[in-house]
Write a protein that binds this ligand. Structure first.
Ligand SMILES: O=C(O)CCC(=O)C(=O)O
Ligand SMILES: [Fe+2]
Length: 212
């Protein structure tokens, strides 16, 4: 049913690849944004978003998360993540432009975006699913990557099977359907001396759910 989300659009530069993940719906567009524009967007977001390094509680201890983050969207989009409640910053023009482009591809609305800046190979994101109640049961999440390509790891929650997809500069990854119910995902650290990467995940937050 949801596969029509991914019908090729006349105005998108690339055609999607559907990842061979049982129980999930994931589409990948490489070169979704052409390299010269992606370079410029990355520079602008690095310079202009109000980046911060948050602290979360892990086994009762305060730990700095290994990356910088910035949360944007409509005022009602308060988001709770690893026990951290984030109030959104207003939309940045680049985020608003990309949000509209993502909605065109997915035919779904987005009202918020989480920006993550992996400054180097030691920045990472632990395995998790974007399955908070405020995202709904089958969220469509659009993930735009800018900068050094990093392997994105999927792990099936029941079979344990892993699948790795390299998320390239200017790419778009769409996760939909039961992807969050059946898989966790994350970005591992690497000892390689690599350049930074920004990832943007566009989401739809149902603020009524968040209050329950
Ligand atoms: O950096 C990425 O590609 C993953 C980001 C992610 O999983 C998230 O923001 O929830
Ligand atoms: Fe995620």
């Amino acid at each position: 049913m949801q596969l029509n989300l991914f019908l090729p659009q006349a105005d998108t530069a690339s055609q999607p690849t559907f990842l061979p993940l049982p129980d999930a719906e994931v589409a990948y567009y490489s070169n979704w944004i052409k390299a010269s524009e992606a370079d410029q967007l990355r520079q602008q977001l690095e310079a202009e978003l109000p980046w911060r390094q948050d602290t979360i509680k892990l086994f009762g201890k305060a730990v700095k998360i290994p990356r910088l983050q910035s949360w944007h969207g409509e005022e009602s989009c308060v988001y709770t993540y690893s026990g951290l409640t984030m109030r959104p910053h207003p939309w940045h023009p680049v985020l608003l432009m990309l949000k509209k482009r993502c909605s065109k591809v997915t035919h779904t609305p987005f009202n918020s975006a989480l920006a993550n800046w992996y400054r180097h190979g030691q920045d990472s994101m632990g395995m998790h699913a974007d399955d908070e109640p405020e995202l709904g049961t089958e969220p469509t999440i659009a993930s735009v990557s800018l900068g050094h390509a990093r392997p994105f790891i999927f792990k099936h929650r029941y079979s344990g099977e892993k699948y790795v997809k390299l998320l390239e500069h200017g790419s778009l990854l769409i996760m939909a359907g039961k992807t969050q119910q059946y898989y966790t995902h994350g970005i591992a650290k690497t000892a390689k001396p690599i350049d930074g990467r920004i990832n943007l995940t566009f989401r739809y937050i149902n603020s009524r759910e968040a209050e329950k």
